[in-house]
Ligand binder design. Structure first.
Ligand SMILES: Cc1cc2nc3c(=O)[nH]c(=O)nc-3n(C[C@H](O)[C@H](O)[C@H](O)COP(=O)(O)OP(=O)(O)OC[C@H]3O[C@@H](n4cnc5c(N)ncnc54)[C@H](O)[C@@H]3O)c2cc1C
Length: 491
């Protein structure tokens, strides 16, 4: 019995080794030939891997232009990091467990929403602040009546407290230009180092963790100072006045509409395992019904996160610079927690607010179901960085206990109205294993390398976009890849 087990282990291991060393598709003898191949002998197929907004928009545009496109998606649904939960909640309530906000400048998202008749409704701004155990209102903060319990902060604002300490570098950008060597060199410094150099007390660095670093899902010691300075020099940094919207009825309607239009050109439950390419085209090895299967195309678009690309066998391998960026591209940690309550106590008298900015493990806690009829409602938490990582190590039951207790510390009556809750920790999702890409120290130029075509293989995904870390960026990248393909290959 033992020897049989060893035998099968050995056989499998040596098979994998061999498989890793192959250089041509013909060598993949134990694999079945995909049903796709028998279905069509057309070898001018373009294979898109990944059915998030990047892959969907790319495949959609290619399909519209008359290309023979198929999309292979690992899961049984489209949308990737756009994920609307409906089932765990009562009364047709829903919550965004992935991407939520559409900014006023997110033109790619807004244009497709218009095209597909989806409404984007404005979201409310933060109205409460609960930090270091102190209850404040945004109104009080803005008027100067309330002050933040953080040393070195200026009154009248919550976000942007770092600007004062980095002003000389913002001026440097204005004097020398974004592309000057002096400015570009700031990429070697972390946000934390720059704030310290600029004379910021530790409290300012701590506060930055809860303001901007929360959006980046990282910590100030791992974020590039260059991007903090550029964001402020361009005056586009996140602030309490940023205008945001959400797709009415759930963001998942956008990927689902793309998917419906692609119809059976999308193939679900088909994760890519290996990609072999040469001048004649690509051969993708996927899992199909539990078996390895191959499918050929003239080109391929890889629209999966870098964290996933790291584990896909690529033969003969990408360039050294591409491989380096795939390995090192930085991501953070992110979790969403949706909590269903029987009553919307956060709307009532004496409530600190409906949307509360906190330094608790739940970080941002807000009424998500504001556009949905009551009486029940959903509070949503967006938490990231070290807090998401710590919560992520706990079982669901314990995560929920912390969530309940935190809400009760903000709204004392919360406990009696609690009904149900659910978390989504994206770092444990097997098809993402991360949050979204961020500007790590020394990673300027990564995006361009990650986006660059290699032979018949094209690249998309938010990590390849100028508007990274967003739905808008995912679509931007999908459109960019589809345009590159249209230029390279005629229908
Ligand atoms: C918690 C959270 C909050 C966010 N908030 C916002 C927000 O408010 N606003 C905003 O604009 N953006 C937000 N984002 C970011 C946004 O969700 C992403 O930038 C965007 O959805 C990424 O799209 P993508 O197509 O690049 O990647 P994904 O959506 O990750 O798509 C990749 C697809 O590839 C599939 N895949 C993976 N491996 C394989 C494989 N081996 N074979 C085949 N398929 C595979 C995956 O299943 C997935 O469907 C948020 C993200 C998260 C996680």
């Amino acid at each position: 019995m033992e020897s049989a087990t060893n035998q099968s282990r050995l056989t499998r291991r040596s098979f994998l080794k061999k498989a890793g060393a192959i250089t041509s598709v013909a060598a993949i003898s134990p694999f079945t030939i995909s049903s796709f191949l028998t279905r069509s002998s057309d070898d001018r197929r373009i294979i898109v891997i990944g059915g998030g907004l990047a892959g969907l928009s790319c495949a959609y545009e290619l399909d519209q232009a008359g290309y023979n496109v198929i999309l292979l998606e690992a899961r049984s649904r489209p949308g990737g990091r756009v994920r609307t939960y409906r089932d765990p909640f009562a009364d047709h309530l829903y919550a965004e467990m992935g991407a939520e906000y559409v900014d006023s400048t997110d033109t790619y998202v807004r244009d497709y929403c218009k095209k597909f008749n989806l409404k984007v409704l404005p979201a409310k701004q933060y109205d409460g602040v609960y930090v270091r155990g102190k209850y404040l209102t945004m109104k009080g903060l803005k008027s100067g009546m309330d002050s933040l319990p953080f040393e070195g902060t200026r009154s009248g604002q919550l976000f942007g407290q770092e600007v004062h300490y980095i002003q000389k570098w913002i001026d440097l950008v204005k004097q020398k230009g974004e592309h000057s060597p002096e400015v570009q060199a700031l990429d070697k410094m972390s946000v934390e180092e720059m704030l310290k150099k600029g004379g910021a007390p530790k409290d300012i660095i701590d506060l930055y963790t809860y303001t901007n670093a929360t959006e980046s899902t990282s910590v100030p010691s791992k974020m590039s100072a260059l991007y903090m300075v550029l964001a402020n020099a361009r005056t586009s940094a996140f602030s309490e006045d940023t205008v945001e919207g959400r797709i009415f009825g759930g963001n998942d309607q956008l990927p689902k509409t793309f998917a419906k239009k692609l119809g059976t050109k999308i193939n679900y439950n088909r994760p890519l395992q290996r990609l072999v390419f040469d001048n004649n085209g690509v051969t993708a090895t996927i899992t199909e019904n539990g078996k390895l299967t191959t499918i050929k195309g003239i080109n391929c678009v890889l629209a999966v996160p870098a964290t996933i690309l790291r584990n896909i066998k690529i033969n003969p391998g990408f360039s050294a610079e591409k491989t380096n960026c795939i390995q090192k591209q930085q991501y953070g940690h992110v979790m969403k927690i949706a909590m269903q309550y029987r009553r919307r106590f956060w709307d009532e008298k004496n409530s600190i607010g409906q949307r509360v900015f906190t330094d608790t493990p739940l970080r941002r806690i807000y009424h998500f179901s504001i556009d949905q009829p009551g009486p029940r409602g959903i509070l949503l938490s967006f938490t990231s960085g070290e807090d998401a990582r710590k919560l992520g190590r706990l079982p669901e039951k314990n995560r929920m206990k912390i969530a309940q207790n935190t809400c009760t510390s903000i709204w004392p009556e919360a406990q009696q109205y609690w009904e149900n809750g659910v978390t989504k920790y994206w770092n444990e999702d097997p098809w993402v294993k991360a949050s979204y890409s961020l500007a790590g120290i020394g990673q300027k130029g990564f995006r361009e390398i990650l986006a660059k075509r290699e032979g018949p293989v094209f690249f998309a995904g938010e990590h390849t976009a100028v508007n990274r870390a967003s739905m808008n960026g995912a679509i931007e990248s999908g459109l960019r890849a589809s345009e590159e393909l249209k230029r390279a290959v005629k229908v």
